[in-house]
Design a protein around this ligand. Structure first.
Ligand SMILES: Nc1nc2c(c(=O)[nH]1)N[C@H]1C(S)=C(S)[C@@H](COP(=O)(O)O)O[C@H]1N2
Ligand SMILES: [Mo]
Length: 527
C-alpha cells in the first residue's frame, strides 16, 4: 500500500466549501458582490488598460467568463498549495489559507463603498476552509506527524502492521470519500441557498420599486432650517447616508402583499391590517430626527428624514386599548422587539407607522414595508423596523430585547449638540472664525445654542429654527481667536429651559451626556 493522502484534493475541497459559505454569507448579508466577483473586479482594475482592451477585443463577450475562470484557477492553485502545506506542518497550511483570505479581503475592501460588513463573508469562508480541511485530514486516516518525513511516515502508518493498522488505508479512504462527498453536498447546498436568498432579496427590491403610495411627497428642507457655514451636516439625511442599527444578519425580505400588522393584547378589539389597508388610510408626513441611544457624544448615529405614514394613534384607536395598559410591545418580522410607552403612541405627536422615507418607500434596511417612528424616543424603545405585531400591555409585564440586556426600559432622547466645523485638528486663520454644528432635543425643541472658546464665557450662536420641534437644528457662530491652539465647546438649551449638562456619562443605560469639545489651531495670516 503506497497510497499517501491526496493532500491537494483535500485542500481543493476545503477551499470550495469556503467559497460556497462565503457566497452564502454575502447573499444573506445582501452584499453587492460575493468575494469571488470582487476578486475578479480587482484583477480588472489593476490590469493595464491596453491588456483589458485586447482581452475584450479578442475574447468578446467571453471576456468575463474567461476572467472568472482565471481567478478560479489561481484560487484552485492556492487551495492545492494549502492542501500540500498540511503534511509539512498544519500551521503552514493555515498560513496559506490566511494569505488567500487576505487577498480576498483586499479585493473586497477595495470595492467602492466597502464597509466592515463586507469582511464577514471572507471570515466565514476562512473558518469553513480551516474546519473542512481539519475534518477531512482526520477522516483520511491516522494523522501523520508534521515534518520533512511526512511522506515516509504516511507510507508506514498505512501498513496493516502499524498500531493504527485497522484504521489504515481502506477505512481511511472510505472516510475520506464520505468526507469529500459531504463537503460537495455542503458546498452545493450553501450556494443554492445563497442563490435563493439573493433572488428573494431581488424580488422584494422589485416589489418595493413598484409600490406606489398615494399621498407620499418628496419635500425639500424648509429654507429657514439652514445656516451658511460650509461643512455643517446636511439638515436632511439622504437615505443612503442614514445610519443603520439592527440585530439582523439577513435583512428581512417581506412582500408587502404578505405583510400584516396585528394589534392585540389589552385591547377591546383585535385588529389585523394589511399593507393595502394601511396605505389607504390618511397619511401623515413629518420631518423627524431619529437617533440611537448608543450614539456617543458627537457620534454619527443620528439622522433626519421626511417620513410618511399613518399615525399610531389612529391605529391604536381602532383597537381601543384597555385603561390599565401603558405599553406597546412592538415585534419585528425578525423577532426583535421593543416596548414603547402607549402614551407616546397616542398623544398629539406625529408618532407613525412609516411607509416612506424621504419620499420613497422605506429602503429594505430601514424597515420595508413598514416601521414605527416616534418623535422624542430613542430608536431602541420605539423605532421598530419590519414591524408586524403590537401587543398592548403593561411595562411591568414585559422585558424587551435591549431592556433584558441592561438598557433602560424607557428612554426619551437627551438634549444634545455637536460641533461639525471646525473638525478636530483643523488649522484656521486667526481672527474671526465661523463655526457651526447641530443641536437636538426631539419633541421638546431647541431654544438656544452657546459656544465657548478655551473655557471662556459662553456666547450665543445663531440657530436655524425650523417650525417643528421634532428635528435637530443647525447652529452657527463667529468666534474670535488669536494664533495658537484652542478648544471650542458647545451646549444647547431646550424649550423647557433645560441647559445641556457638561457631566460626561456613558451611553448605557439611557444615552450619553456631556459637551462636545473640538481642539483646533489658529495660524497668523503672515506665517
Ligand atoms: N427590527 C428591528 N428594529 C429596530 C432595531 C433592530 O435591531 N431590529 N434597532 C433599533 C435601533 S437600536 C435603532 S437606533 C433604530 C435605527 O433605525 P435605522 O436603522 O433605520 O436608522 O432602529 C430600531 N429598530
Ligand atoms: Mo439604537
Amino acid at each position: 500500500m503506497q497510497t499517501s493522502r491526496p493532500w491537494g484534493l483535500l485542500g481543493v475541497a476545503a477551499g470550495v466549501a469556503g467559497l460556497a459559505t462565503s457566497y452564502l454569507a454575502a447573499k444573506a448579508l445582501t452584499i453587492r458582490d460575493p468575494p469571488l466577483v470582487a476578486a475578479a473586479e480587482l484583477v480588472v482594475r489593476f490590469t493595464p488598460g491596453a491588456v483589458v482592451e485586447w482581452a475584450i477585443e479578442t475574447l468578446g463577450p467571453a471576456d468575463k467568463p474567461v476572467l472568472m475562470l482565471l481567478v478560479v484557477l489561481v484560487l484552485l492553485a492556492g487551495f492545492v498549495a494549502a492542501g500540500w502545506a498540511w503534511p509539512r506542518g498544519w500551521w503552514r497550511s493555515v498560513l496559506v489559507w490566511v494569505l488567500l483570505a487576505g487577498a480576498g479581503l483586499l479585493a473586497v475592501q477595495l470595492q467602492r463603498g466597502a464597509g466592515m460588513v463586507d469582511a464577514v463573508p471572507i471570515g466565514v469562508g476562512l473558518a469553513t476552509s480551516l474546519l473542512c480541511q481539519a475534518l477531512l485530514v482526520r477522516l483520511a486516516g491516522p494523522a501523520s506527524p508534521a515534518g520533512e518525513t511526512a511522506a515516509e511516515t504516511a507510507g508506514e502508518t498505512e501498513g496493516h502492521s502499524s498500531p493504527e493498522g485497522r484504521t489504515g488505508a481502506a477505512p481511511g479512504r472510505r472516510g475520506l470519500l464520505a468526507g469529500l462527498g459531504a463537503t460537495v453536498v455542503l458546498a452545493v447546498a450553501a450556494t443554492t441557498f445563497g442563490r435563493v436568498v439573493g433572488n428573494r432579496k431581488r424580488a422584494i427590491q422589485e416589489s418595493r420599486r413598484l409600490v406606489r403610495i398615494p399621498g407620499v411627497t418628496d419635500r425639500d428642507p424648509p429654507p429657514r432650517a439652514r445656516v451658511d457655514v460650509p461643512g455643517v451636516t446636511s439638515w436632511q439625511t439622504p437615505n443612503e447616508d442614514f445610519y443603520r442599527i439592527d440585530t439582523t444578519l439577513a435583512v428581512p425580505t417581506i412582500d408587502p402583499s404578505q405583510w400584516r400588522l396585528r394589534i392585540h393584547g389589552m385591547v377591546e378589539r383585535e385588529v389585523v391590517l394589511t399593507y393595502q389597508q394601511l396605505i389607504d388610510m390618511e397619511l401623515t408626513e413629518a420631518w423627524i430626527t431619529l437617533n440611537c441611544v448608543s450614539n456617543p457624544v458627537a457620534g454619527p448615529l443620528i439622522g433626519n428624514a421626511w417620513w410618511s405614514g399613518v399615525l399610531t394613534e389612529r391605529l391604536l384607536r381602532m383597537a381601543r386599548p384597555l385603561p390599565d395598559a401603558d405599553a406597546v410591545l412592538q415585534t419585528s418580522d425578525d423577532g426583535w422587539n421593543c416596548s414603547t410607552p402607549l402614551s407616546a403612541m397616542t398623544d398629539v405627536r406625529d408618532a407613525m407607522v412609516a411607509v416612506a422615507m424621504n419620499g420613497e418607500p422605506l429602503p429594505l434596511e430601514h424597515g420595508f414595508p413598514a416601521r414605527t417612528i416616534v418623535p422624542g424616543l430613542y430608536g431602541f424603545t420605539s423605532a421598530c423596523k419590519w414591524v408586524v405585531d403590537w401587543e398592548v400591555t403593561r411595562f411591568v409585564d414585559v422585558d424587551a430585547f435591549w431592556t433584558q440586556r441592561g438598557w433602560a426600559e424607557q428612554a426619551p432622547v437627551r438634549l444634545g449638540s455637536r460641533i461639525d466645523v471646525p473638525s478636530a485638528g483643523d488649522t484656521v486663520p486667526a481672527g474671526s472664525v465661523r463655526v457651526g454644528g447641530m443641536a437636538w432635543h426631539q419633541h421638546v425643541g431647541i431654544s438656544a445654542v452657546e459656544v465657548a472658546v478655551d473655557g471662556g464665557d459662553w456666547q450665543s450662536a445663531e440657530v436655524a429654527l425650523p417650525r417643528t420641534n421634532d428635528t435637530w437644528v443647525q447652529w452657527a457662530a463667529t468666534v474670535e481667536v488669536g494664533p495658537g491652539d484652542h478648544v471650542l465647546r458647545v451646549r444647547a438649551r431646550d424649550k423647557r429651559g433645560e441647559v445641556q449638562t457638561g457631566v460626561r456619562r456613558d451611553v448605557v443605560p439611557d444615552g450619553a451626556t456631556g459637551w462636545h469639545e473640538v481642539g483646533f489651531s489658529a495660524s497668523d495670516e503672515d506665517d
